[in-house]
Design a protein around this ligand. Structure first.
Ligand code: IPE
Ligand code: IPE
Ligand code: MG
Length: 240
């Protein structure tokens, strides 16, 4: 029986290396990576996955060469501008996570527009993480909770895990069931630190520009054979 999947998260890695392996500039890999993202989003929607988070730009990625950073933001603006009609036609909703205020004005505008235009869609919600890091999200969450305490709306003694969940960027998005990182490296790189607590992790050598919905389907198939115990014994889990 298919295990229920509510949330898939992907670290889309390997664009630069893929381009270099093909004798091209790194940015060519980012451009090709858009085709992968489009295909995987459509694939996830066809599979009725409720939430898909895509890691597009980390807070640490600001340390890359300015030309690459600028190219990425232009590419994102251009992509969402071009794809919004298709996304709506496919009933795909787009939301964003990260410090959107730090982005160039033009990119920010396209992002806000995409959120608004796709807000009514009821298929897969694609959560694009831009200028995002797990630690930054938790720091922003702490700040928001502290404000509620300062305003007298919250008693510090009542703060629990649920309080934190309710103050994340998207409280409505459930924990990650399945996390995928492409391009072979086996690390989290400051991705959804809170939400990954019990995720099943998958690392594939496939470079992001070559990753397609078929790869996703193959990983979902592997996921269905994993035993998620959430601290219980295997016997307890299987007796259910
Ligand atoms: C992922 O590919 C895209 C971003 C981080 C923006 P990379 O650009 O990290 O590609 P590699 O890891 O250098 O190959
Ligand atoms: C993680 O990839 C961030 C994104 C995919 C957007 P990186 O390529 O930046 O990660 P590190 O620096 O190799 O860990
Ligand atoms: Mg990388």
């Amino acid at each position: 029986m298919e295990k229920e999947i509510k949330h898939i998260a992907i670290i889309m890695d390997g664009n630069g290396r893929w381009a270099q392996q093909h004798g091209k500039e790194r940015i060519f890999g980012h451009l090709k990576g858009v085709d992968s993202a489009r295909d995987v989003v459509k694939g996830a929607n066809a599979l009725h996955i409720p939430y898909l988070t895509l890691y597009a730009f980390s807070t640490e990625n600001w340390n890359r060469p300015t030309e690459e950073v600028n190219y990425l933001f232009e590419l994102m603006a251009e992509t969402f501008l071009k794809e919004i009609e298709n996304l709506i036609r496919d009933n795909i909703r787009v939301v964003f996570s990260g410090r959107i205020d730090t982005l160039p004005e033009a990119t920010k505008k396209v992002i806000l527009d995409t959120i608004e235009k796709s807000a009514h869609c009821t298929g897969t919600t694609v959560n694009v993480a831009i200028s995002y890091s797990g630690r930054a999200e938790l720091a922003d969450t702490a700040k928001q909770i502290a404000r509620q305490v300062a305003e007298g709306k919250l008693n510090p003694e009542e703060i629990d895990e649920q309080t934190i969940c309710q103050n994340l960027y998207h409280p409505e998005i459930p924990d990650v069931d399945l996390m995928i990182r492409t391009a072979g490296d086996q690390r989290i790189s400051n991705f959804l630190l809170w939400q990954l607590a019990y995720a099943e992790l998958f690392f594939t050598p496939v470079m992001w520009p070559e990753f397609r919905r078929e790869h996703l389907a193959e990983i979902i198939e592997q996921f269905s054979h994993r035993e998620r115990r959430f601290g219980k014994t295997g016997e307890q889990v299987r007796s259910h």
